[in-house]
Design a binder for this molecule. Sequence first.
Ligand SMILES: CC/C=C/CC(=O)SCCNC(=O)CCNC(=O)[C@H](O)C(C)(C)COP(=O)(O)OP(=O)(O)OC[C@H]1O[C@@H](n2cnc3c(N)ncnc32)[C@H](O)[C@@H]1OP(=O)(O)O
Length: 578
Amino acid sequence: MAQFARVSRSVGLITLQNPPVNALSALARQGIVDAVKRALSDPKVKSVVICGQNGIFCGGADIKEFGTNITGPPLVPMIHAIEASNKPVVAAIEGSAFGGGLELALGCHYRVAHSKAKLGLTEVTLGLLPAAGGTQRLPRLIGVPAALNLITTGRHVTAAEALQLGIVDQVTDHNTVDEAVKFALSVAGKSLDARRISTYPCPCPSDVDALFEEVMQKVRQSARGAIAPIACVQAVRAAATLPYSQGMEREQELMATLFTSGQARALQYCFFAQRAVGRWSMPSGARWDTSKPRSIHKAAVIGLGTMGRGIAVALAQTGLSVVAVETQEKQFMEAKKMVSGMMERGAKRHGTAPPLDKITYSQNIQAVADVDLVIEAVFEDMALKEKVFQQLSTICKQGTFLCTNTSALDVDHLASQTRNPELVVGMHFFAPAHVMKLLEVVYGPRSSPQAVATAMQLGKKMGKVSVAVGNCRGFVGNRMLKPYLEQALFLLEEGATPELVDGALEEFGFALGVFKMSDLSGLDVGWKVRKGDGLVEPGLASGPSARIRQGRRYSPLGDLLCEQGRFGQKTGQGWYRY
Ligand SMILES: CC/C=C/CC(=O)SCCNC(=O)CCNC(=O)[C@H](O)C(C)(C)COP(=O)(O)OP(=O)(O)OC[C@H]1O[C@@H](n2cnc3c(N)ncnc32)[C@H](O)[C@@H]1OP(=O)(O)O
């Protein structure tokens, strides 16, 4: 799992070979240990390069091993042995160096990265902390504030940022391994005293207590119930206040608590589940690996309400040309302003230019004639959507995919309104559509595998986790949401307030409480669905008998709000006042 070769006469080249991401499995670790021993004992080898095969350095520890009886050499002594080596070791970083992969690179004496490489201590996203010395070495290398930022968020940094922070020594546009070999030749025989990060003092601000108190408060606020980010801060604090060996002990202690936690298990389940949904299939036998998507360059959004605006922003941020159509004058003017504002705020956060020129606005549906894909996001009303699909079917060029953002209506019925039902699928986003990562791709019996593959690929390009689901009322997401919303309403009837319920959910870890989320999505959408289901009847809005409908407990509170025109944020009032 790690190959050894001598190149350029005196450089020992160790290549990690564990596809697809060169994860540090037991066999890979054993391979590295053996190859390092070989390099160090070969008198012809004066310096060493460690790289990964197939353009990726290392995706970190093998997550599949977690929760099993882990065998093979442990990571920490393996990395220590590399750092302690008396021959210079250079990491050649292509593709990704994440988690244990970056910790391995930090144990090397030098790091050369390709300009397109991404680096990160991503463990926190799996409910863990960088426990192969990452919490002790990174602050010693780049300082406490920058290390805290990277370790508590798990964010990926580009090679350019890594160079600026001091994580890597050189960035190249050329062949990374060749450059690293040249680098290794140039440092052979040089003293390594100043290159072992574990021996560095940790650069510390004068008031360590105040710094960590402030950071801990911030992390508690943003991490919302997650234990790993807190443990990350505690581990970095150990780096700042204790000698390296004691810091390592603290790192191991904290990791031991996280490693078996329910949060870590859940986040790791989530990691694999998000990848598993990419391997979709349909009852017809069509599959992700046999269905070819078509490239989408220009897309349209019909209807610029809450959802349509978010979808337009998400498409433009992906780099697509977008035609945004809204026929109602007032909504059109308002939407243009809102969409620009959303893009400007997003660009400011990412330090980029807002892609304002990617969107053209129109009040005429004819403007979508030449697009490759349309996402309909008009109000949740079947008659209205039928009309839009009939129009789209005649206006759009041959082969345009017609997608609906409906959250509950029959996608197959909408397909039947068009000349080419095989081009119709649901693309159901969740509010706010430019932020939320979940996307349901809804196929009906007539949707073509290519339409599904194209929507799935477009979703991935937009940074979404796309899930292919069958066509049924509420699909999967809203079927899961229904009992959650119901129970929240019952809590109100039993004496809680919306603030209390939302507060408990947010404390638990939800980004938004259920009532804030409902106000954001718009209360009228659910009202319309409940009316369609025969649950909302005039004269039934109050009194005890009103609380049993269709044989089940029912709360009419949401209906009462809607009767007063309180549809949520968009009307200035919903569960809350805005
Ligand atoms: C002692 C404990 C120490 C822990 C320290 C750690 O190192 S924890 C692990 C830290 N590593 C990460 O967080 C990286 C996770 N991986 C990724 O972010 C991405 O996979 C990638 C490396 C950026 C590659 O992305 P890409 O989009 O190219 O591919 P996929 O994400 O689809 O992955 C391809 C398959 O590889 C599997 N896989 C990825 N990383 C790991 C891993 N670290 N261990 C095991 N398997 C991994 C992934 O599951 C995919 O396979 P599927 O069969 O499709 O699931």
